[in-house]
Design a protein around this ligand. Structure first.
Ligand code: BGC
Length: 776
């Protein structure tokens, strides 16, 4: 594995770099981004730099600029500090930089940057540190420490709130009041243009020399959307100057504050925080990281190579930083680490990130699924607009009840020169099934009856209603088809009978039928309620008539499941050079989408994802045949592809291929290639790292509603341990060569391993012999 950032030799909790590398600037800003699920800030430097992307977002605060697509507004900059030393503006491009080191402590989210700036014959030592609190989600604390080898060094600092940020030139925020309270606290109030969400930003600085707090008042300067405090003082060679900046952010969507009194209440909160030191606040935040993240998602890999552990730490860090703990919001494809995908949510959440939450923090999984439940209004709207019934979930989701948010137009076609229409919002329909796949997985793992009764059953039934109305009857074959869709392989637009779409649609209909019959028999009260709401008794006969007539592309004589009706007849080209190239979408340099549509070129796991998700539907031979067929035709241009390939390869006993895919998947963000991480982290790839580690090598799956544990570790791993939640119990799995120990806290559990059923009595453990799969 090649990581863009160094990992300290023995410490898998640090990612860092000793190079100030302009080329990797944006990537490092994304990789080391900080946050707490509520707000996210890129790891920009305090002083401004060329080509930087200074972003701060608060989850869920979408706004739609006229004529543009809804997006998360880029908020005022609270990180910027302009520093002038003896009349020379701090810039890493001037003078000489020595001993540069920038690192992120993944364990508590503290970002530190240290360097010596040699300028005009002086050596000036800088240390910048900051964190976003996990304890108080509104709070950001930053600190700069400066010392030098000279007497009488003049330091001027301008720091405050700079609302002149934009989303690539779009300004979402209208300026409100700018204020100073008690000579020390500065405040900017703003409001989004269209969604009218109010924001309040507050800052207070504390200045110390040699740890003694100075009683100095800042000289305040205001500009358009800007309010700064200015400090000016002289320092001797044996002294250290420290400035601590306490900032907070509140919005009118917050539920933990009286939103009518945002401006005054938020100042009171900041005052409280200012009573504590940087260190004290970091300590309380660190405790929350430990308790809420690291203990709950415990994974330890025993290997000489620390990179696998770094990768899983990084993935869990990013998931924690980018997941809102509020059911009105969901995880963006790039989280809140950059402008990419505008903060929108895709199927990435359900298929790639939810397994992590279902097994480690089921309450968060429930919130993420609740978001889809709250989104039913938008899903109905979308179905109706397309003349379907039931719930058709949006391909891209933002404001929970608004439904489809996908953009209509993309960049220009290299052949025609015209803007390309983005069809996903219209015809990439598998997302509706993906939601139900996740609901079922959640219910199987947790047995959360309350969720099922309040939300889960309704979602399953509403989706069955959609698919039933979506099916097209083909008289010639007396069967139902689904034509004109995009499957997970987005390089095939307007495909007929995409295997992934058809199989999952049938499965959703089967699930709807099961839930319908179960409720009718076991819970007539719930049945009645839902029947009144959804007219189910009129739907059900159709479901029964249709479900077994849905056309499923079956394996052909060579065992290949056709990805769609035409795929296997399309022209074949050699994709190895696109696979070998580490930049994504290189195939577009040679062909346009219309041309790629006619070729056997697959963007990402499609049939193979189906096989992975519904593994008990297909034999090992069919799995291997499809692996051998599709992988060589896949460019892996989506960050969602590699993790599925790694897991499937491991399942097939192809352990070296599995490890190769695993390493590449870990490098999607952490790797040396710039890729798209410049615009934000790939959240689904982070989920994928956990999936490959725990579901892949750790062998954790749900099969027919039952827990299955069949580890198969890479050859260089001596062992691994992980913890999951299963029903009411916490389950700790330890794998060592030839053995696994499954320990339970809580009630008895049952699991399957290699077709044998094991029981672990309440609060005890058992040891199971594990056979090692060998390469075939
Ligand atoms: C992928 C989609 C994915 C989206 C957001 C696209 O490139 O093809 O499957 O949902 O990115 O991550």
């Amino acid at each position: 594995m090649k990581f863009c950032v160094d990992t300290d030799k023995k410490n898998s909790w640090y990612i860092g770099t000793d190079n100030y590398d302009q080329f990797l600037l944006n990537k490092v800003e994304s990789l080391m981004a900080q946050g707490n699920g509520y707000l996210g800030i890129r790891a920009v430097s305090e002083e401004r730099q060329l080509d930087e992307r200074r972003n701060m977002f608060v989850a869920g605060t979408f706004d739609e600029y006229p004529g543009e697509v809804t997006e998360l507004p880029n908020l005022p900059d609270l990180i910027n500090m302009e520093i002038v030393i003896d009349n020379q503006v701090l810039s890493l491009r001037d003078g000489r930089i020595e001993k540069y080191h920038k690192y992120l402590n993944l364990k508590n989210g503290e970002l530190v940057r240290i360097f010596t700036w040699i300028i005009n014959g002086k050596k000036v030592f800088f240390k910048f540190s900051r964190f976003v609190s996990m304890k108080d989600k509104h709070l950001i604390v930053s600190k700069v420490e400066i010392s030098s080898d000279q007497d009488n060094l003049n330091i001027q600092i301008r720091s405050g709130i700079d609302g002149q940020q934009t989303n690539s030139a779009t300004q979402h925020l209208m300026e409100g009041d700018k204020r100073l309270y008690e000579d020390r606290f500065i405040q900017l109030v703003e409001e989004t243009q269209q969604s009218h969400i109010k924001f309040v930003f507050n800052v207070r600085h504390k200045v110390y020399v040699d740890n003694v707090l100075l009683n100095i008042r800042p000289y305040i300067k205001m500009g358009r959307r800007q309010i700064f405090g200015n400090y000016d003082l002289n320092l001797n060679r044996d002294q250290t100057f420290t400035l601590v900046k306490y900032s907070n952010v509140y919005t009118s969507l917050d539920q933990d504050i009286k939103t009518k009194e945002l401006a005054t209440q938020s100042i009171i909160k900041l005052k409280d925080n200012c009573k504590k030191s940087y260190r004290e606040l970091l300590q309380t935040s660190t405790k929350v990281w430990n308790k809420e993240v690291w203990q709950k998602s415990f994974v330890e890999i025993d290997s000489e190579d620390i990179r696998p552990q770094t990768a899983i730490n990084f993935a869990r860090y990013q998931l924690a930083v980018n997941t809102p703990r509020d059911p009105r919001m969901n995880i963006g494809a790039k989280g809140i680490t950059g402008e990419g995908y505008k903060g929108h949510t895709f199927w990435d959440t359900e298929i790639f990130m939810l397994p992590y939450y279902i097994f480690t923090m089921p309450n968060i999984a429930r919130d993420l699924l609740t978001y889809r439940y709250l989104g039913l209004a938008g899903a109905h709207k979308k179905a109706q607009a397309n003349n379907y019934r039931g719930a058709q979930f949006p391909w891209e989701a933002a404001i929970v009840e608004e439904g489809e948010t996908a953009p209509l137009w993309g960049s220009a076609d290299i052949v025609t020169g015209e803007s390309m229409k983005i069809w996903s919002g219209f015809i990439e329909q598998h997302v509706t099934s993906d939601v139900v796949i996740a609901v079922m997985e959640y219910l199987n793992a947790t047995g959360d009856q309350e969720f099922a009764e309040k939300m889960g059953y309704e979602m399953i039934l509403d989706v069955a209603k959609f698919w039933s109305s979506r099916l097209e009857y083909d008289q010639d074959h007396d069967r139902y088809e689904i034509t004109d869709v995009i499957g997970p392989d987005e390089y095939k637009e307007h495909a007929d009978n995409n295997a992934f779409t058809n199989y999952t649609a049938q499965w959703c209909l089967q699930s709807g039928i099961k839930v319908y019959e179960f409720l009718l028999k076991e819970h007539p009260d719930i049945y009645e309620k839902l029947n009144t709401k959804m007219n189910l008794e009129n739907e059900y006969p159709d479901w029964l008539e249709r479900v077994n007539k849905i056309y499923l592309p079956r394996p052909n004589q060579d065992g290949i499941i056709p990805e769609d009706d035409k795929y296997l007849q399309r022209e074949e080209i050699d994709v190895t050079r696109y696979q070998a190239n580490n930049q994504v979408s290189d195939v577009f340099k040679d062909y346009n989408l219309a041309q790629i549509n006619k070729m056997q070129v697959t963007k990402q796991a499609d049939v193979l994802l189906l096989i992975y998700l519904f593994e008990d539907m297909f034999s090992d031979e069919i799995k291997a045949d499809n692996w051998n067929y599709y992988e060589p035709r896949t460019t892996h241009d989506s960050s969602l592809s590699l993790s599925t390939h790694a897991i499937l390869a491991n399942d097939l006993g192809l352990s070296s291929a599995a490890y190769r895919f695993y390493e590449k998947a870990c490098e999607i963000d952490l790797g040396v290639h710039i890729g798209k991480a410049a615009q934000g982290i790939h959240m689904a790839a982070c989920g994928g790292i956990w999936n490959m580690t725990v579901e892949g090598f750790g062998g954790l799956r749900i099969e027919n509603g039952q827990l299955r544990i069949e580890p198969a570790l890479p050859k260089d791993w001596h062992g691994m341990e992980y913890q999951i939640n299963w029903q009411e119990s916490l389950v700790h799995v330890k794998v060592i060569p030839g053995q696994m120990i499954v320990a339970v806290s809580g009630p008895e559990i049952e699991f399957v391993s290699h077709k044998q059923i094991y029981r672990v009595p309440a609060d005890s453990e058992i040891t199971v012999e594990v056979s090692v799969k060998t390469e075939i």
